[in-house]
Design a protein. Structure first.
Length: 328
């Protein structure tokens, strides 16, 4: 009798041990499992490091590598890595929005550059003939292999070129500007003034009828930055007229701390600020703020503790005054 009970107990112990090793004990329907399965689900999870897919323009700019021709064009857009006490960004994937004039890309070229006086400088990463998904539509999702690690604090540039035997790919414009306006260069077939990097719209005039200084893209990866400074990605609305009444604006970004920590500044002056979450705050721009700044470009920043964000341009337009026509 004792021998039978001992055998049964040993069998039960073996079953339980096997269940634990497979990560199944305590798992219920819909609950995450322990062990290898849970680890595989967490591996490869990317965070959005720099989102710039908002405020799409109605126009596009050429950025195509055309092997064997003199029709090469290249556009670039900048981004900001927040300052911190330590750490870095590891960029693992890029998404860009684009359209074709004709043809279809076979692959893409990816280049990252340091910043040199508001334009692309020294190359820090170059990968050619990179496979990408979305080549049929022109909206590319590009995994980086190897990935790119950049230290905390600094402005960098990313450039995407579609590699095409024939036809042209165009990068979609963004109506608002964050940091520097996008840059452009070409082999000389389109503009002798922009054989070297120049501001895309103000100097190169690309494209004709441009309605935006920036370009649409997103960077994804992981961040290990400790004590990261606040970042502004966009402000909505991004412009007001000089005669506008008091208006609430929404500031979208990252690292806005906790309730009561973030303060929005308009030309250096504190605005009444409401914290929504760590990536969104709202603030009241008073009519007196607009009048004080005057017509032109103002700068909006966010301060969290003793750290200030990048500056976001905010346009103040002139109010139109209509006078009645007096007939004599």
């Amino acid at each position: 009798m004792h021998t039978k009970r001992l055998i049964a107990l040993l069998r039960l112990t073996i079953v339980v041990a096997l269940s634990i090793s497979n990560g199944q004990v305590g798992a219920q329907d819909g609950a995450p499992l322990a062990g290898p399965q849970a680890q595989e689900e967490s591996v490869g999870a990317l965070s959005v490091l720099w989102p710039q897919q908002d405020n799409a323009g109605a126009n596009y700019v050429l950025s195509t590598d055309s092997p064997g021709t003199f029709l090469d064009t290249q556009a670039a857009e900048d981004f900001i890595i927040p300052a911190g006490t330590s750490g870095s960004w590891t960029i693992e994937q890029i998404s860009v929005s684009g359209v074709y004039q004709s043809g279809t890309a076979s692959s893409v070229n990816v280049n990252f550059y340091s910043n040199s006086n508001g334009l692309p400088g020294t190359p820090v990463y170059t990968a050619t003939l990179v496979p990408a998904s979305g080549t049929s539509s022109g909206n590319f999702v590009i995994p980086l292999g190897p990935t790119l690690s950049l230290p905390a604090g600094g402005t960098y540039w990313v450039s995407i070129q579609a590699v095409m035997g024939s036809g042209q790919w165009q990068w979609v414009e963004r109506k608002i500007q964050t940091s520097n306006p996008s840059a452009w260069r070409n082999s000389g077939a389109f503009s002798f003034a922009c054989i070297n990097w120049q501001p895309r719209v103000s100097v190169c005039g690309q494209p004709l009828g441009s309605d935006g200084p920036d370009l649409l893209f997103t960077l994804e990866g992981t961040s290990t930055i400790v004590g990261a400074a606040p970042l502004i990605f966009s402000v909505s609305p991004s412009s007001l007229n000089l005669s506008s009444p008091d208006t609430q604006i929404t500031v979208n970004g990252a690292n806005f701390g906790s309730p009561g920590q973030a303060v929005v500044k308009f030309e250096g002056n504190n605005l009444s600020t409401a914290w929504v979450n760590a990536s969104t705050v709202t603030a009241l721009v008073r009519s007196s703020d607009l009048i004080s700044a005057g017509v032109g470009a103002a700068t909006i920043t966010v301060r969290v503790g003793v750290q200030d964000s990048n500056g976001q341009l905010f346009t103040i337009g002139n109010a139109l005054l209509y006078l009645p026509l007096i007939r004599r």
